[in-house]
Design a protein around this ligand. Structure first.
Ligand code: IMP
Ligand code: MG
Length: 177
């Protein structure tokens, strides 16, 4: 059990399971992108740890960049995608893989994907560590998802509660009392 600010969290997905699922996802990408040279765009801040572990298993040539958007404050999504640290490369005719930590309402990805399409990409797919299918509010095609979870708030392995808890190697779920 861990405490972050006013909340208690209990173990949910251990680091061994995360490693297994990340590697399995990498294998799918290795099959699908062999011979291509996609650009991975990892979404800050949450996806930094997942992206770092994922690329270690990739066997095809690729570039990686980091971009930043934000829609979350505390434990609730604000429904809008704010702020951006942009992508530096020319994305014209590139295969893009958006690397995300978690898809919740889907709002972030739903507004991002058309932005990438407008930059003339050849293809754009989403590779996410986690997804809460029960909370999805928009039509979203997520081709690569390492793990699906119920509608609960989690921290660790890059995911935060008000900026804290990203450092844990395992994932913890909020304890309702
Ligand atoms: P969406 O736009 O509602 O899909 O929210 C996506 C973003 O919200 C993710 O990139 C995360 O940064 C954040 N988020 C969603 N669920 C959680 C959670 O359970 N813990 C921590 N952050 C979360
Ligand atoms: Mg995020």
């Amino acid at each position: 059990m861990i405490t972050i600010k006013d909340k208690q969290f209990e173990p949910f997905i251990n680091k061994g399971m995360i490693a297994e699922r990340v590697e399995a996802l990498a294998e799918r990408l290795n099959d699908d992108y062999r011979g291509k040279r996609p650009i991975l765009i990892a979404i800050l801040n949450g996806a930094f740890m997942f992206a770092a572990d994922l690329v270690r298993h990739l066997t095809f040539e690729h570039e990686i960049q980091f971009a930043k958007f934000s829609s979350y404050e505390g434990m609730e999504t604000t429904g809008r995608v704010k702020q951006l640290i942009g992508v530096c490369s020319d994305l014209m005719d590139r295969d893009v893989i958006i690397v995300e930590d978690i898809i919740d309402t889907g709002t972030t990805m739903y507004s991002l994907i058309p932005q990438f399409r407008n930059m003339g990409v050849r293809s754009v797919e989403v590779a996410t560590l986690l997804m809460k299918p029960g909370k999805l509010q928009v039509p979203l095609n997520v081709k690569y998802c390492a793990m699906e979870i119920p509608n609960e708030f989690i921290v660790g392995y890059g995911l935060d509660y008000d900026g804290l808890g990203r450092n844990y190697e395992s994932i913890y779920v909020v304890k309702e009392n």
